[in-house]
Design a protein around this ligand. Structure first.
Ligand code: GDP
Length: 681
């Protein structure tokens, strides 16, 4: 039995993918997404369903307008006359009728059916009746606008009519402020698998908006047009830049294209790339490249990718894979189409009217132009003259240049632009926002300079096993994330299995990436971006990786003995369990006398009767056996001197944090809260 994909069917029936998915679900036809396929036999049934749904919507709409006051139309009136009574122009009415398949001139007489159509469309209750219309009164010019086909009808159309196109949907969202925005795509994959060739081919073939004879301007990202839709490609292929940005907290990429050469299959960097994209939660579209080569084995690539959890949709999975030849430009259009499909499913949105925000993707100091940065706008619209602030840099935008080398005055969502006018060079990965004054910008810069130093200090501490726990608070089940590198494949498998066995309900383990060979810079960046630790067995980091790990505060643990490693992981996981808090009583004191000290307030003269009182302790004030107050000490004195602790049998002076209402005879209980580590069973 032949099959048809939902997105193909959507195209055929002129529906958006989301609408089509909705329709099928309404019909109880089980599908996962627009990528699923259904039996072609069902198509007739679906068409019939749509027809009846439309007829029903039409009928309901008619019922609605019939509730409105009757507008009489003289028998034999022309379409133009009926149009005037419906509150539209003759041309407007003819167009509406044309869309319904009725081709008539405005002078033709209207019939019942035409009145119905115009009534529904223009929300009027047009009925043939006796009161003849004086044709000379009929307004026939363009000034009369349809009375804003009221909201109600629009809602009805949304509910019942499935005729809405994708574009209408965009418009509707625009009214709310949010509209669909172009996807931003990164191309990833192993070296020599054809990333650059693919990007070149796409840019050459699908970039339309170029000045005559102009050369593609390299600004770090390019806009590509396909079937009237825009896709933005980041110019630097590979996952390094992607992960470096993520390590700085920025995520620009919406979709990753994973290029795998069909003559070479999966290689270490393919796995890295897919793990990096997965760790970032970015959807992957696979381009199985070089299918023009006789030795190409695209199915083997699919098999290999399935082993890594990317199951092609034609095999029942949900990863889209397209066979292409980047060199010959074969099926590159299909690939772009798939990217747009994924983008549509992701419903990427931004509000062009919001306050502008985005990310710096490239920055450098140009001898002539000064600091130059390419930014991608992620919310709002950036204008020339705006004052922007990136965290480490600020400036007033003197000029903006788009990817075709044109000067532009504004840049909306997903648009990459090079900006001039910054006072210094920002860091790629920094987020930008706009400010209202230069003064505000200067203040913020000094503030963020201060914060930067603070985070630098924190960074050094980040991700140590012992403190990872703090990071994980707030996560429902704390997760220990690991990048695992070993010397040989055999030990990798053994390690993987033993590590995963340690995952419990209380703390779960996620191996975000694993591989054979030295610990590389890319491993470190991935670990940093995903708050992971790196575990190496019989391998070492290279010098560069080591340096970056230090800068990024990523912990690398190296082992030669598997049990040492497992013990450490267990300790790390235990560290991540919320410690149990236990109260420990330190001692008791009794208030014997109250001293009033000018300006300072009341001091309780006490005698320690049991244990000891510590300056740092928490205290309770007990009056007649009832806890009267709970708080902290603000001072502990032995005669005139400050003391750290006073033992039983000694006198002391106590004052309390924001509390003075004590009396002679009150008892002070000092205690501490001890954190006790929970252990895994
Ligand atoms: P990158 O390292 O992933 O950016 O790979 P390149 O784009 O530099 O491509 C590496 C080599 O593969 C170059 O010699 C390309 O010409 C060649 N290549 C790329 N795509 C194809 C293809 O579709 N078919 C063939 N036959 N060769 C290709």
């Amino acid at each position: 039995m032949s099959k048809i994909r939902v997105y193909e069917l959507a195209k055929k029936l002129e529906k958006s993918n989301n609408e089509m998915v909705g329709i099928l679900k309404n019909m109880n036809i089980s599908i996962k997404s627009h990528m699923s396929s259904i039996d072609e036999d069902l198509v007739t049934e679906i068409e019939a369903y749509l027809k009846s749904a439309e007829a029903e919507a039409q009928k309901e709409a008619l019922d609605e307008v019939e509730k409105l006051p009757v507008v009489k139309v003289r028998e034999g009136a022309s379409i133009a006359e009926a149009a005037a009574l419906a509150g539209t122009t003759a041309g407007g009415a003819v167009k509406v009728l044309m869309l319904e398949g009725i081709m008539l001139p405005a002078t033709a007489p209207a019939d019942e059916n035409i009145l119905k159509i115009l009534s529904v469309k223009f929300n009027k209750n047009l009925v043939f009746g006796e009161e003849p219309l004086d044709a000379s009164d009929a307004p026939t010019d363009n000034k009369i606008k349809p009375q804003n086909a009221p909201q109600r009808e629009k809602q009805k159309m949304n509910q019942h009519s499935t005729k809405k196109s994708k574009k209408d949907k965009g418009k509707k969202d625009a009214a709310k402020g949010e509209a669909l925005r172009p996807p931003i795509v990164t191309v990833m994959g192993h070296v020599d698998h054809g990333k650059t060739t693919l990007l070149d081919n796409i840019r050459k073939t699908h970039v339309t908006d170029r000045e005559a004879g102009g050369i593609t301007q390299h600004i770090g990202a390019s806009r590509v047009e396909y079937n009237g839709n825009t896709i933005v490609f980041l110019d630097t292929p590979g996952h390094e830049a992607f992960t470096a940005m993520r390590a700085r907290g920025a995520q620009v990429t919406d979709i990753a294209i994973l290029v795998v050469a069909a003559d070479d299959g999966i290689k270490p960097q393919t796995v890295e790339a897919l793990n990096h994209a997965k760790a970032a939660g970015v959807p992957i579209v696979v381009a199985v490249n070089k299918v023009d080569k006789p030795e190409a084995k695209p199915d083997r690539v699919r098999q290999q990718l399935s082993d890594y959890g990317l199951v092609p949709e034609e095999w029942g999975g949900d990863t889209i894979m397209v066979d292409i030849s980047a060199k010959k430009g074969l099926h590159v259009g299909d690939l772009l189409e798939m990217v747009l499909l994924v983008a549509e499913m992701e419903e990427l949105k931004a509000d062009a009217a919001a306050s502008p925000e985005g990310t710096v993707i490239e920055a450098n100091l140009d001898k002539g132009k000064g600091p130059v940065a390419t930014v991608i706008v992620q919310e709002g619209t950036l204008h020339r003259g705006d004052i922007i602030h990136t965290g480490s840099a600020w400036g007033k935008i003197r000029a903006m240049i788009d990817d075709s080398g044109k000067m532009v005055n504004e840049a909306g969502p997903s648009m990459p632009v090079e900006i001039l006018g910054l006072e210094s060079v920002p860091q790629p990965g920094e987020k930008f926002t706009t400010l209202s004054s230069e003064r505000e910008a200067r203040d913020l810069i000094s503030q963020s300079e201060f914060e930067r130093r603070e985070t630098d200090m924190n960074k050094a501490k980040r991700l140590t096993l012992e403190e990872l726990y703090d990071k994980m608070q707030g996560e429902e089940v704390p997760q220990l994330r690991i990048v695992l590198k070993t010397d040989v494949q055999g030990s990798l498998e053994a390690f993987h299995a033993s590590i995963m066995k340690m995952s419990t309900n209380a703390v779960s383990i996620d191996i975000v990436h694993e591989g054979v060979g030295r610990i590389s810079e890319s491993d470190v960046m991935l670990a940093s971006a995903s708050n992971a630790i790196i575990i190496g067995f019989n391998v070492r980091p290279d010098a560069n990786a080591k340096k970056i790990a230090e800068n990024e505060g990523v912990q690398i643990r190296l082992y030669q003995v598997i049990y040492d490693m497992l013990d450490d992981i267990k300790a790390a996981m235990e560290g991540m369990l919320e410690p149990e808090l236990r109260e420990h009583t330190l001692g008791l004191a009794e208030i014997r006398e109250i001293f009033r000290v000018p300006k300072v307030g009341n001091i309780a003269g006490c005698r320690v009767t049991d244990g000891l009182i510590r300056r740092s302790a928490k205290v309770r004030l007990i009056r007649d056996g009832v806890v009267f107050w709970n708080g902290e000490l603000s001072s502990l004195k032995h005669f005139k001197d400050d003391a750290r602790e006073i033992k039983s049998g000694n006198e002391c002076g106590l004052s309390f944090e924001k509390f003075q209402d004590f009396r002679v005879g009150d008892v002070i209980e000092a205690y501490e809260i001890l954190k006790e580590k929970k252990t895994l069973e």
